[in-house]
Design a protein around this ligand. Structure first.
Ligand SMILES: Cc1cc2nc3c(=O)[nH]c(=O)nc-3n(C[C@H](O)[C@H](O)[C@H](O)COP(=O)(O)O)c2cc1C
Length: 397
């Protein structure tokens, strides 16, 4: 039995089996589906877990309340990794009342065919469990339209849904003060950039609604319960949702036979010699775009390059550029690019088109188009591109 505070219990589960979250994002350290139980005159469950984990989940619940019934189920977010167990919970607790907002109920009917035992709440609605008072705050599009958060104003505990969430299973410790959190910080940036990244403005709106609220614990639906590091966690989400970046360059390249990779090496070396310390490089065929997106959210500059392939752009680079475009990254980001070909180049033109029509980052330096292999002139052009990006970054110091 894991008590967080004042009869608020953790009843979540860990998933160390799934390869890809949402079928898209790698989970090298697993993921947790967090759910919470508030035990008072009324018993209230906050969010559920992915349905595959129902048996360990119900055991966690029974360990806390035995045969007592559950009065309320608060649904902050309808994504199936949290709403998936609603139907089974209703089978175990037929009288349970679902507490949610209007949009959520539309989805509950759509996903699960449930239309009864509903308590509708609006922004600012309150629900008393006895000693614990719950306050509901609607936070639409963080990152689905029905999203809300629930604040326990008696204990200053925020049940934040996916907000402030993080990849990584919970290996014994649940609350951050009991865990070495080193591995979680970068995974939080990856989680944010991959899952929530597109919705910076709604995240900012949600953060404004929570401004000035006294918080002792943030109980999100993935990753550790935040207590000791609350201000750090809020700061990370704040900076990411404002698309704030540090000085640094992400260099991504596609390559089949190494010629384009060699261009990337020259560019990186020139940027380093010009004084940039944060330079990360990825072969797009080797590193999953999940990690590349994470670093694009961390560093201000991006340099991409790839070969021409069947009169187009090397496919893996197309995928990466479309992923970046899908995140709708606002604010200041710089881009430079390069490409190669053997008889009729298309790669450079195609990357230019991506930036003009979708990415709209500030173009820096002169794009380099190399025929077949690196020679004196293309070597110098690559150096110039790396230097130009370094100088652009240094102007912001
Ligand atoms: C399957 C395949 C298709 C290619 N298609 C084109 C093409 O349409 N136009 C072109 O100029 N070069 C094309 N190339 C040549 C490569 O773009 C060129 O050799 C490039 O420099 C390879 O870069 P790399 O050494 O980094 O793999 C193709 C190469 C391969 C293997």
């Amino acid at each position: 039995m894991i008590e967080i505070k004042d009869n608020i219990y953790y009843v979540g589960v860990n998933d160390r089996n799934k390869e890809l979250f949402e079928g898209l994002w790698p989970l090298p350290n697993g993921v947790s589906y967090n759910s919470y139980l508030i035990v008072d005159e009324k018993v209230c469950l906050v969010d559920t877990v992915e349905v595959d984990f129902f048996m360990p989940y119900i055991k966690n619940i029974k360990e806390v309340i035995g045969n007592r019934k559950i009065d309320y189920l608060v649904i902050n977010h309808m994504e199936p990794d949290h709403s998936g167990a609603i139907e089974l919970i209703r089978k175990y607790y037929p009288e349970i009342k679902i507490v949610a907002n209007k949009k959520t109920f539309g989805m509950i009917e759509g996903f699960y065919g449930i239309t009864t035992n509903e308590v509708e709440v609006k922004n600012g609605s309150k629900l008393s469990l006895g000693r614990h008072e719950l306050n509901f705050v609607l936070t639409p599009m963080v990152h689905w339209p029905e999203t809300m958060v629930t604040l326990d104003t008696t204990s200053n505990v925020l049940f934040s849904g996916d907000a402030f969430g993080c990849f990584g299973a919970l290996n014994g410790g649940i609350i951050d003060s009991d865990i070495n959190c080193d591995t979680f910080w970068l995974e939080m940036v990856r989680y944010y950039s991959n899952i929530v990244g597109k919705y910076g403005v709604p995240v900012q709106n949600a953060l404004k609604k929570l401004e000035g609220v006294q918080l002792d614990y943030i109980c999100s639906t993935h990753g550790p319960v935040w207590h000791e590091h609350i201000s750090k966690v809020i700061d990370i989400y704040d900076r990411l949702s404002r698309y704030e970046t540090e000085e640094g360059i992400v260099i991504c390249y596609g390559t089949m036979y190494g010629n384009t990779e060699r261009m990337a090496e020259v560019i990186a070396r020139a940027a380093s010699q010009a004084g940039i310390k944060n330079i990360v490089m990825y072969n797009v065929s080797k590193t999953h775009h999940s990690y590349i997106l994470r670093d694009i959210f961390r560093y201000r500059a991006l340099i991409v390059g790839a070969p021409t392939y069947n009169a187009g752009l090397y496919h893996e680079m197309e995928v990466l550029l479309s992923e970046i475009a899908g995140k709708d990254i606002k604010n200041r980001h710089y881009i430079g690019w390069f490409g190669s070909y053997a008889w009729a180049g298309k790669a450079v033109e195609r990357i230019h088109h991506w930036n003009e029509t979708k990415l709209k980052f500030e173009a820096v330096g002169t794009p380099v188009e190399m025929k077949q292999s690196l020679k004196e002139d293309s070597y110098a052009q690559c150096e110039a591109l790396g230097r130009a990006m370094a100088e652009r970054l240094k102007q912001d110091r």
